[in-house]
Design a protein around this ligand. Structure first.
Ligand code: DLZ
Length: 172
C-alpha cells in the first residue's frame, strides 16, 4: 500500500510498530466526523500501527481540538496527533473564528513540540460538501489525515537517522 505522496508503506512497518498515535475527534457533525475517525483508524492499522497504540478521544466541537490534542500530548507523548473535525458554514461568521482558532492552535502545537499535529478538519459551506469529503468508500479526509501523520513521522525518523552519530546531533 502506498501512503499518499511518495512513501511506500509496505517497506516500513517495522519502524511504525511501536509508535503511538493520538486521535482527537470533534463531536459536532458526528455523522461526518465518525466516518473520518473510522477511515483514519483503518488507515493507521493497515500501515502497521497497533490498535493498543492508538489513543482516540472525543472533544465537544472543533474549537476544542487543539486543547484535546495537547492533553493527549501531555499524557501519552505520541509520535503524532490527528485532529478530526467538521465545521459547516452557517448564517454567521462563527466558522471563520473557529477555523482560524483551530488552524493557529494546531500549527502552534506542531512547532512547539516538533512533531505532527495533523489538521484533519473539514471547513465546508454545506453538509453535502462535508459528506462528499467523508465518504467511506471514496474520498475520506480522515484517511488522508492518517496518511499525512505517517508520512511526517517517517520523514522525522529518516532525518534523525541521517544525522545520528554526528557531532552536534540533538535527539528531539
Ligand atoms: C458552536 C459551533 C458551531 C456553530 N458550529 C460548529 C461546527 O460546525 N463544527 C464544530 O465542530 N463545532 C461547532 N461549534 C462548536 C464549537 O466548535 C465549540 O465546541 C463551542 O464553541 C464551545 O467552545
Amino acid at each position: 500500500m502506498k501512503i499518499k505522496g511518495k512513501t511506500e508503506i509496505s517497506a516500513i512497518p517495522k519502524d511504525l510498530e511501536n509508535i503511538k498515535i493520538g486521535i482527537v475527534k470533534a463531536q459536532w457533525n458526528s455523522a461526518v466526523t465518525d466516518t473520518m475517525l473510522s477511515e483514519c483508524t483503518k488507515a493507521l492499522k493497515n500501515a502497521g500501527i497497533l490498535e493498543e497504540n492508538i489513543i482516540s478521544k472525543n472533544v465537544p466541537g472543533s474549537y476544542e481540538l487543539p486543547l484535546g490534542a495537547l492533553f493527549i500530548e501531555n499524557t501519552h507523548n505520541p509520535a503524532a496527533v490527528i485532529c478530526l473535525g467538521c465545521v459547516i458554514k452557517g448564517e454567521t461568521d462563527h466558522d471563520i473564528f473557529i477555523n482560524q482558532g483551530i488552524a493557529q492552535g494546531i500549527m502552534g502545537l506542531n512547532l512547539r513540540f516538533s512533531k505532527p499535529f495533523v489538521f484533519g478538519v473539514l471547513t465546508v459551506n454545506t453538509e453535502e460538501q462535508a459528506i462528499a469529503r467523508a465518504d467511506g468508500s471514496k474520498e475520506n479526509k480522515g484517511k488522508e489525515a492518517a496518511e499525512a501523520a505517517l508520512e511526517m513521522i517517517l520523514l522525522r525518523q529518516d532525518l534523525k537517522k541521517e544525522v545520528q552519530g554526528q557531532i552536534g546531533f540533538r535527539n528531539r
